[in-house]
Design a protein around this ligand. Structure first.
Ligand SMILES: Nc1nc2c(c(=O)[nH]1)N[C@H]1C(S)=C(S)[C@@H](COP(=O)(O)OP(=O)(O)OC[C@H]3O[C@@H](n4cnc5c(=O)[nH]c(N)nc54)[C@H](O)[C@@H]3O)O[C@H]1N2
Ligand SMILES: Nc1nc2c(c(=O)[nH]1)N[C@H]1C(S)=C(S)[C@@H](COP(=O)(O)OP(=O)(O)OC[C@H]3O[C@@H](n4cnc5c(=O)[nH]c(N)nc54)[C@H](O)[C@@H]3O)O[C@H]1N2
Ligand code: SF4
Ligand SMILES: [Mo]
Length: 747
């Protein structure tokens, strides 16, 4: 099939963008590098503007400092903010690099054909927005509004989501669901009738025993979690880390369990076995609040530590001892539910086991376990009701993923590939702040979908790989140059935060709220964006929250007391849970009704073939996904990723630290770029490890292009979770290509 759309190597762009980059961008960067406030009496008069950080999605509130020449000096944490307690992580501190990055998108771009080749040309906002509105109208008139989908991660998504719903489409998907924490949410909803949310409602601050299962807090830098973990450690909390890799937090843990990858469910079931067989569980809590205990007891009867040893390689004594530690500290024991949980395709079941373990320890709703969150009700600006969609993304999967409660980014991608058996094919995408080529596994499928669509609009700040597939690229200004919606995070008490522009947008960039409203107006949907200006909208909302835009410009954050004294469960009153039985379901009625095991069952996963190693990946403290690799400040701290290789494996292959090699996966896919070897005991012999986000292919990313290897391109095999459609990504295996010519060495 001839594809509608080719990837435009963005180096094919007109010189206009580069000329600008070399001019304003470089000058600003040089200025930025000249000093920091406080150095040798050079500190000028600085003004500060409130913001919340967009370098990751924790949304820490902070202050942006600017001098009278308009130079941005630094960003610091807002000390009244419970998400950061006045301290930003290294990525947040480096946020000014997003503003000063000379590679930023600078003008709207439109796909065109020149001399028979597809390329981009710069366009005015008027032309780009007119084109998008007209195409959306045509395409939705022909195929129904439901054929349009939005992919989004980040704040502008709210405005585009309003646009979608005003059009009549509810297909709004974030990769943070099916490619991240969706399975965890579904499992906790099945067990407790409530998810874990973001920020997680984990009471790490007061925990006495923290169990981390493939959750590498400290490299995973979600701010207040990491701060609370240090506080808990200082207070003498025990940490039990289960990770095939010796992570940073493993080094701080009393127990490190270097589990054989893909076997965690067996360990969890054995822990449950020990708690029940040794009578260590919280009997009163289980009696009062749970449903299905006897079935659980019968189910795990034979799942002894000896049984789990054969599967996990963790010794029975260690399993028993760690279970007893958990019980001794309970209910202030927190078996952390993790966040990136889409591993092997049975992730809802593994997360269910985590939920059940916490229930036996009585930690849900108890100090040092999970607290009950509170948040404000932020009023929505008056608008007409959204039209009822004739069909949703679900219709594309009538018999699959019954417990998915949000749209699946990977599912919409799959359903965008024309297929006569399917009712619901997608024809138009708006992609806001997601680099789908780096984010979705099975890149071949993503490209096939992108080639089939009738319209692709990408809203981004950077020339990310996804922009090369757009028909129209809309350059958003960075978070430092715009207002956004009010941050309203769940937490121990309600708290809101304001993001205001610290400076004018550079180049010809605009905020997402403006773009979404302009497209809506052009489509005759302006009444859904009835506010005159974003300031008016924010002030209207803030006045109803007992403050104002003016006050928030001075405070940045407003904290509110809880409405009720219900941070933890009342020991006397009965608690109702939003499950079918009103109880914590150890035996899940909703899983059973949907045809799944009501109590998790361990099944073995595929092992690496001979000469191959499991591809393990994770986070680096100074980068967020693929989005910060080009950030000048953060690239200075880490500009490529390493491949961790166990010394035994390195010896077999003749590899040394510092060698550059390429990788080939089980499907014959080779890494585009080479990666530097790091020989270390910190990884098991059956796996290799790299930090996610490197190996960018777009030459316009001058610092990120070709640096390191990309995990995503090697994740071609996806183990899809039948319960909710999560894309298990850890079942891929790689071997080494030792020289540039691609000759494979013999092991
Ligand atoms: N292989 C692999 N895949 C993964 C993961 C992994 O570890 N390995 N992790 C998964 C997880 S946990 C998640 S949550 C997802 C994350 O997936 P994504 O959120 O899609 O992450 P990024 O690839 O960083 O894409 C973010 C894009 O947003 C752009 N951007 C940054 N700031 C702004 C802004 O202010 N406005 C706009 N419009 N755009 C902006 C960036 O330039 C970048 O192109 O990825 C998942 N996919
Ligand atoms: N600095 C930084 N922090 C971040 C982010 C970021 O991009 N940068 N992203 C944020 C987001 S959206 C997310 S979802 C989280 C992700 O952070 P986490 O939820 O902590 O998860 P992962 O990145 O999957 O964690 C990888 C860890 O799992 C281990 N692991 C691999 N396979 C197995 C296995 O089979 N069993 C066990 N027990 N462990 C295994 C790896 O060795 C590694 O240490 O981080 C958040 N925090
Ligand atoms: S954790 Fe770091 S990167 Fe994420 S929002 Fe907070 S300061 Fe920004
Ligand atoms: Mo995530």
């Amino acid at each position: 099939m001839k594809s509608r759309r080719e990837f435009i190597k963005t180096s094919a762009l007109g010189l206009g963008g580069f000329a600008l980059a070399g001019g304003a961008g470089m000058a600003l960067r040089t200025a930025f590098n000249q000093g920091t406030p406080g150095s040798a009496g050079l500190t000028p008069d600085l003004t500060r503007t409130p913001t919340y950080c967009e370098v990751c999605f924790w949304k820490c509130a902070g202050w942006v400092y600017k001098d009278s020449d308009g130079k941005l000096w630094k960003i610091t944490g807002n000390s009244n903010d419970p998400l950061c307690n006045g301290r930003l992580c290294p990525r947040g501190t480096g946020g000014t690099g997003m503003y000063y990055d000379q590679d930023r998108l600078k003008k709207p771009l439109m796909r065109t054909v020149e001399n028979g080749r597809q390329t981009y040309r710069e366009a005015s906002w008027e032309e780009a927005l007119d084109f998008i509105a007209a195409r959306l109208k045509e395409i939705t008139a022909e195929h129904g509004p439901e054929c349009a989908a939005l992919f989004t991660h980040g704040s502008g998504g709210d405005y585009f989501s309003t646009l979608m719903q005003a059009m009549g489409s509810t297909s709004v998907a974030a990769p943070s669901y099916a490619q991240c924490r969706g399975a965890r949410e579904v499992a906790f909803i099945a067990t407790y009738g409530q998810g874990v949310d973001s920020p997680e409602i984990t009471d790490i601050r007061d925990t006495r025993c923290l169990v981390l299962i493939g959750s590498h807090l400290g490299e995973n830098m979600h701010n207040s979690q990491v701060q609370e973990m240090s506080d808990a450690l200082a207070k003498g909390a025990t940490i039990i880390t289960v990770d095939p890799r010796f992570s940073v937090v493993a080094g701080k843990s009393r127990y490190w369990l270097p589990i054989k990858p893909a076997t965690d469910l067996a360990l969890l079931l054995a822990w449950i076995n020990v708690l029940i067989e040794e009578d260590l569980y919280d009997k009163e809590y289980v009696e009062r609040h749970t449903y299905g205990f006897e079935q659980l007891r019968a189910h795990v009867k034979d799942m002894t530590p000896e049984w789990a040893y054969g599967i996990t390689t963790i010794e029975p004594n260690t399993i028993r001892r760690t279970a007893r530690e958990m019980a001794a500290a309970a209910p202030a024991t927190l078996v952390h539910p993790g966040r990136f949980v889409v591993w092997y395709g049975d992730d809802t079941q593994r997360s269910r086991a985590v939920a059940i373990l916490n229930a036996l320890l009585g930690s849900w709703g108890r100090r040092g376990g999970f607290y009950m969150p509170d948040r404000m009700q932020v009023p929505s600006y008056p608008r007409p009701p959204f039209p009822e969609p004739a069909r949703t993304w679900r219709e594309a999967f009538p018999d699959r993923f019954p417990l998915a409660d949000l749209a699946l980014a990977s599912g919409i991608c799959e359903a965008s590939i024309p297929d006569t058996s399917r009712e619901c094919n997608f024809k138009a995408w708006i992609v806001n702040g997601c680099n789908l080529l780096m984010t979705l596994p099975n890149r071949k499928q993503t490209i096939e979908a992108l080639q089939s669509l009738e319209l692709v609009v990408v809203v981004d700040t950077m020339p990310a790989e996804i922009t090369g597939w757009a028909d129209v690229v809309l350059p958003e200004c960075t978070y430092l140059e715009r207002y956004d919606f009010l941050r309203n995070s769940p937490g121990r008490h309600p708290t809101i935060a304001l993001r205001a522009p610290a400076t004018e947008p550079l180049y010809d960039t605009r905020p997402a709220y403006w773009m979404a409203k302009e497209i809506a107006v052009r489509m005759g949907l302006g009444e859904y964006f009835a506010w005159e200006s974003i300031e008016e909208l924010l002030d209207w909302q803030l006045k109803q929250l007992g403050t104002s835009l003016e006050e928030m410009m001075h405070t940045g954050v407003k904290n509110y007391p809880r409405n009720f004294d219900d941070l933890y469960f009342d020991e006397v009153r009965d608690i109702g849970f939003f499950t079918n039985t009103g109880k914590i379901e150890l035996w899940s009625t909703s899983m059973s009704a949907a045809g799944f095991d009501p109590i998790p069952v361990y099944t073995a996963h595929e092992e690496p073939p001979r000469g191959y190693y499991r591809l393990n990946f994770g986070r680096a403290p100074v980068h967020t996904f693929a989005r910060t690799i080009n950030n000048p400040n953060l690239a200075d701290l880490m500009d490529e990723n390493d491949l961790w290789v166990n010394p035994v494996v390195a010896k077999m292959w003749g590899l040394n630290t510092g060698d550059y090699i390429r990788l080939r996966n089980q499907d014959g896919i080779e890494s585009t770029f080479s990666i530097r070897v790091r020989v270390t005991e910190r990884i098991r012999w059956d796996s290799v490890y790299m930090v996610h986000g490197f190996g960018h292919k777009d030459p316009r990313l001058s610092r990120a292009y070709g640096r390191g290897a990309c995990d995503t391109e090697l994740i071609s095999r996806v183990h899809t979770d039948p319960v909710m459609g999560g894309t298990g990504m850890r079942g891929n295996f790689v071997t080494f290509i030792l020289d540039a010519a691609g000759k494979e060495a013999q092991s």
